[in-house]
Design a protein around this ligand. Structure first.
Ligand SMILES: CC(C)(COP(=O)(O)OP(=O)(O)OC[C@H]1O[C@@H](n2cnc3c(N)ncnc32)[C@H](O)[C@@H]1OP(=O)(O)O)[C@@H](O)C(=O)NCCC(=O)NCCS
Length: 288
């Protein structure tokens, strides 16, 4: 990973009040000794007291933080921008940096009649969700500049399918998976997907367009899907591969007998496809 005081990671949301402040606090706790961690918003307000409270529980003090306007930041050295908006439009950041999109529902609400414990719980959910994704920051900093990684939407489906077909991978059952895609200058260049079956996962559709292989795209997207599997509390993640066994061993996947796959995975189309009948089964156990 690129490191040094000069390498900046910027978290953005609208108000720079809850999500991006929590993200800044968590990322600084983990990477603060080697990266410059920043946050800002398009309509800054003030740091939400419940964000301060939820971060206190994990030993991070946000009381000295302030909500900042993105235009007021010095963009020099910012290599990675992470946008956290879900329904709202996140502020734009025009420098040619890498970008990750982590849509997280705003835990703040105007409902004043909601019990405090319930309000705080929503902040804790947001904090856990953000904390689960921090593993992606290091592989993301190694990606080519101008790469954008975001969850695939229905609108992305035609390009996603074309990418998989181009890489010789099946598209059956893709609707049952949650996919993430990488684009460079708007062109879809890589994907990975996770299927969940009764507490067990299947990693599938790990594909990188041939011209972009060897640039860390698959590493970043596989890491992203494994973070999602951990957040969902999956017990293990399995996959089938014909040519990439050595690749997945890098992540700790272990090849095993196909009959030893969790029975719940029998519901996946992946196990029925003739194209996968000669594939090796691999599994990564996740700590629960
Ligand atoms: C396997 C695949 C996803 C790797 O993508 P990638 O973007 O090149 O991977 P990364 O850039 O993250 O990693 C590159 C490293 O992995 C190694 N690697 C790539 N493919 C490999 C394979 N099939 N077996 C062993 N190692 C492999 C490279 O040699 C490189 O090593 P280095 O870091 O020591 O230089 C890509 O080759 C691909 O799309 N293949 C076709 C589809 C496929 O088989 N998918 C897997 C089944 S779902």
């Amino acid at each position: 990973m690129k490191t040094g005081d000069e390498v900046g990671v910027l978290f953005l949301c609208v108000a720079n009040s809850a999500r991006s402040q929590i993200a800044e606090g968590l990322a600084r706790q983990r990477f603060g000794d080697r990266l410059r961690i920043l946050s800002a918003g398009s309509r800054p307000t003030r740091v939400n007291p419940l964000a301060i409270e939820t971060m206190k529980a994990v030993g991070v003090d946000l009381t000295t933080h302030h909500s900042k306007l993105v235009e007021d930041l010095d963009p020099a050295g910012i290599e990675l921008v992470i946008t956290l908006c879900a329904e709202e439009v996140c502020p734009a950041f025009y420098a040619p940096v890498r970008r990750l999109h982590w849509p997280i529902t705003d835990p703040a609400t105007d409902a004043t009649d909601e019990p405090m414990a319930q309000r705080l719980h929503r902040f804790e959910v947001a904090r856990r969700s953000i904390a689960s994704k921090l593993d992606i920051i290091e592989p993301a900093l190694a990606l080519p500049p101008r790469t954008v990684v975001a969850p695939a939407t229905d609108d992305d489906r035609p390009e996603l399918e074309a990418l998989l077909v181009g890489c010789g991978l099946p598209i059956e059952g893709l609707a049952q998976a949650s996919s993430v895609m990488a684009r460079i200058d708007g062109v879809a260049v890589a994907a990975a997907a996770l299927e969940e079956w009764e507490g067990f996962g299947i990693l599938r559709s790990v594909a990188v367009a041939e011209a972009h292989r060897g640039t860390g795209l698959a590493t970043a997207l596989v890491t992203d899907r494994l973070c999602a599997a951990r957040l969902a509390g999956l017990r293990s993640v399995s996959l089938l591969t014909t040519g990439a066994r050595g690749y997945f061993e890098r992540f700790g996947f272990v090849a095993g007998d196909r009959s030893s796959l969790p029975p719940a995975l029998g519901a996946s189309t992946q196990l029925e496809l003739p194209a996968c009948s000669t594939a090796v089964a691999m599994t990564l156990a996740l700590a629960t």
